[in-house]
Design a protein around this ligand. Sequence first.
Ligand code: DAH
Length: 330
Amino acid sequence: MAELNFDKVLASLRLRLDEVTSENEFDEISKEFLGKDSLLSDERKKLSTLSKDDKKSYGEKLNRVYKSITDNITKSKIDFIDKKYSNLENSENEDVTINWVNKQGSHRHIISQVMDEVVDIFSSIGYKVAYGPEVETSWHNFDALNTPEWHPARYESDTLYTDINLETLLRTQTSTVQIRHMENNEPPAYIVAPGRVFRSDQLDATHSPVFHQLEGLAIDKNLKFTDLKGTLEYFVKQFFGEDIETKFIPHFFPFTEPSAEVLVKWNNEEWLEILGCGMVDPNVLKHVGYPKEYQGFAWGVGIERLAMLKYQIDHIKNFYENDIRFLEQF
Ligand code: DAH
């Protein structure tokens, strides 16, 4: 029986594969060497004419050749594609890991900038910075701050609890840091506490479930409401400019008595609320074990609110979307 010289077939296959210049040629080569008009296929047709033994041995040989041709084509195709992409990478000379470096330089997020600015204003008049955890106990967020059991702020519709017994939560206000500071430090106290707070709020133009506040606390022997007023008026003028007008109106907060809201006159027409404040309620000082002769004042201000007013930002979501066109303006 005349067998085809398969070494020759494989040699000519290798020659063909070496000359390939485009990916679709591999399909053509497959057809040429394995398709129905290929030499291999002609040989297969002859099998039926052979004796049983020859059929078996030649059939097995044809299968080995078939596999060898397929393997050669596949390997050659993979090498071809690898080479194509490594050539492309070299020619573009682009290292994506290095290209991340922003050639224009980078800067702090507007919220961090405003937070730093507010902290700086209070540092310059002697306040130290204090921090507290974002996951808090109900005690620090509510009880110690003289907030009664029935207060609506404690509802699960307002506060994000982290356990089913409602004993731990995501702090709803930085006022918690007042308590933590006084628990751990003897009076007097002059601190500001910047940080993130959480509420079960829907996102709208002025509300976000996560936002930032700066808390302030001043406790000493002779502090009066006039000290509170002078301190906060100083802050507002430093932040918005000397010409800004402020007014204090009565309000209610569980942890201060009396309590007030500070409003600023915007564009010479509307009064807008910017912060809450008051004289620290004696119950709060009792909870942290401060001696009776100490008293003082506290306040809490929303950082997003300050930034929106100062920079005329119309929707709170701008701060969190990380759109570079918004961020690079500041
Ligand atoms: N914690 C209040 C809030 O989130 C803001 C506040 C009001 C803080 C009065 C104070 C304060 O320290 O005295 O709405």
